[in-house]
Design a protein. Structure first.
Length: 231
């Protein structure tokens, strides 16, 4: 069994920075300080100061004007925080019935203080889940994490079908909208029309058709894509 990183050795602010850097790095590669500042809602000057602190702790590799990436030690901490967060989300949704548009904010409060013992108990009680309520993968105890889904619903062509793998949890209002439409992980969806000039996609779920804006569809990751049926 691999040794996990004790989160109590680092402040909540450090943990939040590392988690956010990991998320952006996974999407974009090396992380620009301006992007990190925007994501965290902090000033570029304060972000630069924290990055220098993280670099002094050997948690990030930082080069001025070149951005930042996590070191192996920084990534280990980030993955442990993410594991806590997503397990808590799953627990809140399944055990307590908290709506999926509320679990993210609640998990943000719990992720820093969850002990390893309670983490393991929650994991076992839930049957060792591999994803959170939104379909995002839960890192393993060893820090393993599968690569992100690279195809979005907005990338599909007319006639293609796929299974929803993950929906973004960045906006509670959007999650409520997804819930109203039935757009949840595990649901099959087919694109039946695409309006020109950046117009909406018309999709079918369970024999019901909906028009989705391109931006909304970009927040839905899909897998198990099937080719369009031959006419």
């Amino acid at each position: 069994m691999s040794q996990r990183m004790p989160l109590s050795e680092h402040t909540e602010s450090v943990q939040d920075y590392l988690k956010t850097i990991f998320d952006i790095q996974r999407e974009q590669g090396r992380v620009a300080t301006t992007v990190l500042a925007e994501r965290l809602g902090n000033s570029p000057a304060s972000v630069t100061g924290m990055i220098k602190k993280l670099a002094s702790l050997n948690l990030v590799d930082y080069e001025p004007y070149q951005g930042v990436v996590l070191t192996a030690a920084g990534e280990k901490i980030a993955l442990e925080v993410i594991r806590h967060h997503r397990l808590i989300e799953r627990y809140l949704a399944e055990a307590l019935g908290v709506p999926w548009d509320q679990v993210h904010a609640e998990a943000d409060k719990w992720e820093h203080v969850l002990s390893e013992d309670l983490e393991d108990r929650i994991d076992a009680m839930l049957g060792y889940p591999t994803t959170d309520p939104h379909g995002a993968p839960i890192p393993g105890r060893d820090g393993s994490l599968p690569p992100p889904h690279s195809t979005r619903l907005c990338d599909l062509h007319i006639g293609q079908s796929a299974t929803i793998a993950e929906v973004s949890d960045h906006d509670p209002a959007m999650l409520r909208y997804f819930a109203e439409l039935g757009l949840r992980p595990g649901v099959d969806v087919t694109v039946i029309a695409i309006a020109p000039f950046g117009g909406p996609l018309t999709v079918r779920l369970d024999d019901v058709e909906y028009a989705l804006g391109r931006e909304v569809a970009s927040y839905v990751a899909v897998c198990d894509i099937t080719p369009a049926s031959a006419e």
